[in-house]
Design a protein around this ligand. Structure first.
Ligand code: FE
Length: 190
């Protein structure tokens, strides 16, 4: 190889090296790993009288079963996290008549006001409506071979019970809720 050819080859190699290097420098850097933002839910804040006091955006609650088992009683866990149903006339609220608000036993979200509670004769706490539509979720439930509408807590996804269209007027709805899914807070007396 002549010195001239050797020089040309060396120059070409140098150019390619530079281009490779340039290419490396121009490549897009990997985005820094950022923690995923916790999903939010919009719910109504509710006072002890069951009256909505405002709308708030709060983190959705996504505990593991292990955490739920530690925080709930066994019966609460079976209802809220395993969609169980307590036996009729067995819960602590089916025949409960104090004034106040029934909150989710899992996360404290206000769900039903005593003013909307009625005696359905079923043996489960029954309400004509939730304190705020934002605070509950509904989904189709085809278990047991019948089509029903399941009612869940919007914030923690806990199973509450079902809603039926055979309730009293004017709404005509019956929210049939498990006592185990609820935690009662007495109304504030001034
Ligand atoms: Fe909840």
């Amino acid at each position: 190889m002549t010195p001239r050819r050797r020089l040309l080859l060396f120059g070409a190699w140098g150019l390619l090296s530079c281009r490779r290097q340039d290419h490396t420098e121009q490549s897009t850097p990997e985005p820094a790993a950022t923690p995923e933002a916790a999903p939010q839910v919009v719910i109504a804040a509710v006072d002890a009288n069951g009256t909505p006091t405002g709308i708030e955006t709060v983190p959705r609650i996504d505990h593991t079963d292990e955490v739920w088992r530690a925080r709930l009683s066994h019966r609460q866990f079976l209802v809220l996290r395993r969609k169980g149903t307590e036996a009729p006339f067995s819960g602590r609220y089916w025949n409960h008549h104090e004034q106040g608000v029934y909150r989710c036993a899992g996360c404290g979200t206000g769900l039903f006001a005593s003013a909307t509670k009625f005696d359905s004769g079923t043996g489960w706490p029954s309400f004509t409506r939730p304190v705020a539509e934002e605070n509950i979720a509904r989904q189709a439930d085809g278990s047991l071979g019948v089509e029903r509408t399941e009612v869940l807590c919007r914030r923690c996804g806990g199973h509450l019970g079902h809603v039926f269209d055979d309730g009293p007027p004017p709404d005509g709805l019956r929210y049939c809720i498990n006592s185990e899914a609820l935690a009662f807070e007495p109304a504030a007396h001034s």
